[in-house]
Design a protein around this ligand. Structure first.
Ligand SMILES: NC(=O)c1ccc[n+]([C@@H]2O[C@H](COP(=O)([O-])OP(=O)(O)OC[C@H]3O[C@@H](n4cnc5c(N)ncnc54)[C@H](O)[C@@H]3O)[C@@H](O)[C@H]2O)c1
Length: 259
């Protein structure tokens, strides 16, 4: 019998993280790498990647591979999948992290594109990479949701930016919750688990007023720290430590959804 601590280890597993060049992707990646997994990043081309990758030690760098593709394009995913198989072998863990939100201050939304990336992109990747997992009769899929899949941004949070958060973002994330439940029930017979991990607000370059107003609503009175609050829950869902958990949403929001 494995010790509980050993159940968290990901040695010998290959994890694929979509949208790995962005704000949170490098931190998901670091947690998977440091738990022992080989990690494949899949991101849109033409986007510059985080400096976190260049600062990794030699051993972790050896476990990391980069590929570029658009998650909304199933044909591209098929092609990239062949290349990934040659480089790392089959994918055991899929982290559907690529997503579009609204750049602060912009608030122009291409609702169709948002749906295609945030929802269809998740489904495309599940369909493509669960092929490996089905063959191996094991796998863990983690879809990155959001606090806004089950809560509306409270009135006044964004008013100092003279705009409101668009309805479409939370709606796509609510759909991700349903995608999780759908595939959790369909893939369980292959030993594949599918769960959602939903961060609340994560500390980034938000303005002071936003941080103050948002934190007042959080029981833990702060935003998430991407370097220390997110990796543990991801590794838990990715690993055998959560071997009897499928179809759930795990909020990582400092208690926001407990109100
Ligand atoms: N940052 C937060 O506070 C927060 C909170 C809750 C949930 N989330 C969710 O976490 C995930 C990551 O958020 P983030 O802040 O890192 O976003 P981000 O915009 O910084 O990064 C997203 C990454 O996805 C890539 N991407 C976009 N469209 C793609 C496509 N079609 N194909 C492949 N790659 C594509 C982008 O190039 C980018 O590198 C998103 O799903 C987001 O909705 C973020």
């Amino acid at each position: 019998m494995k010790s509980t601590l050993d159940q968290f280890k990901l040695n010998g597993r290959c994890a694929l993280v979509t949208g790995g060049y962005g704000n949170l992707g490098p931190y998901w990646t670091f947690s998977l790498l440091s738990a022992g997994a080989v990690v494949v990043i899949l991101n849109l081309p033409g986007v510059s990647m985080s400096t976190l990758y260049t600062s990794l030690n030699k051993n972790l760098k050896r476990q990391l591979f980069f590929f570029e593709a658009d998650v909304t394009n199933p044909t591209e995913l098929q092609e990239i999948h062949k290349k990934i198989l040659k480089k790392t072998g089959p994918v055991d863990i899929l982290v559907n992290n690529a997503g579009i939100d609204i750049p602060p201050g912009s608030y122009t939304v291409d609702s169709v594109r948002m749906w295609r990336v945030n929802v269809e992109g998740v489904v495309n990747c599940i369909e493509e990479f669960s092929r490996d997992m089905k063959k191996n009769k094991k796998g863990s899929i983690i879809n990155i949701g959001s606090l806004y899949m089950e809560r509306s941004p409270f009135g006044g949070l964004y008013t100092h930016l003279s705009a409101d958060k668009p309805w479409m973002y939370g709606s796509t994330k609510a759909a991700v919750g349903q995608v999780t439940r759908h595939f959790a029930t369909r893939l369980a017979k292959y030993g594949i688990r599918v769960n959602t991990l939903s961060p609340g607000g994560v500390m980034g370059n938000q303005d002071k007023e936003f941080i103050r107003k948002y934190s007042e609503r959080v029981p833990m009175n702060r935003l998430a720290d991407r370097a220390k609050d997110l990796g543990g829950p991801l590794v838990f869902l990715a690993s055998d430590a959560s071997s009897y958990i499928t179809g759930i949403n795990l909020p990582v929001d400092g208690g926001y959804t407990a109100w």
